[in-house]
Design a protein around this ligand. Structure first.
Ligand code: ZN
Ligand code: ZN
Length: 215
């Protein structure tokens, strides 16, 4: 198993490349703006061919590079349809996040395949479970490699923190319900790879994340 990570764009979003091994197909998780060149360099270093782009949620820092990546590599993009309203209006998000729209192309892909809770995606020789975790956004999804015990948590769960719930479409109570029902049942040893910041484990977060205490 190969899990490669890049921290990209203005808000240091993690993008992941996952593959059974070097020299074969790979899945990309999240596409920050301007991700094409750094991702292509990383893929080439490991002789990987991307086959799919899984997008955790419709925020521009995770999706803003997707149209360009899809157009130039031909990968199929996957997004939960409940985040379509965010994906279609990246400029609105940038104004809320930064108070301005930095020059760039932030469009979502013209088309994408729809994610749904409980789906199992067989992609690039990987079995990825789709775990819908609404709260940070209505269509937020995490991706779970159950056999390897690796959980890509997007902006739902971060090391020592949780995703923001002060942005349009977010809801803290919904996020906490998702956390209790979808994350806390996972084993302590599961590795959590978030959309920002360092990786962690379910056990470490269960014990020390102040937002999870009492859930
Ligand atoms: Zn987000
Ligand atoms: Zn983010």
């Amino acid at each position: 198993m190969l899990i490669l990570q890049l921290e990209l764009w203005l808000v240091a979003t993690n993008t992941y490349v996952v593959a059974p091994e070097a020299g074969g197909p790979a899945v990309i998780i999240d596409a920050p703006p301007e991700c094409f060149e750094p991702l292509t360099d990383l893929l080439a270093t490991h002789d990987l061919t991307p086959t799919a782009l899984l997008v955790t949620h419709g925020h521009v820092d995770h999706l803003g590079g997707a149209a360009d990546l899809v157009a130039r590599t031909g990968v199929a993009a996957y997004l939960h349809p409940e985040d379509d309203f965010l994906a279609r209006r990246p400029e609105d998000q940038l104004r809320v996040l930064m108070g301005t729209v930095p020059p760039g192309d932030y469009r979502p892909p013209e088309t994408y395949r729809e994610l749904s809770d409980g789906q199992v995606l067989d992609l690039a020789g990987l079995r990825l479970g789709v775990v819908a975790t609404p709260g940070h956004t209505p269509g937020h999804c995490c991706f779970y490699l159950a056999e390897e015990g690796v959980f890509f948590s997007g902006d739902h769960l971060l090391a020592g923190s949780i995703g923001r719930t002060d942005l349009p479409g977010a809801d803290q109570q919904t996020l906490m319900t998702s956390m209790r029902d979808k994350i806390l049942p996972l084993d302590d040893g599961v590795t959590v790879m978030p959309g920002h910041g360092p990786s962690t484990t379910v056990g470490r977060e269960r014990r020390s994340n102040p937002f999870l205490i009492g859930l």
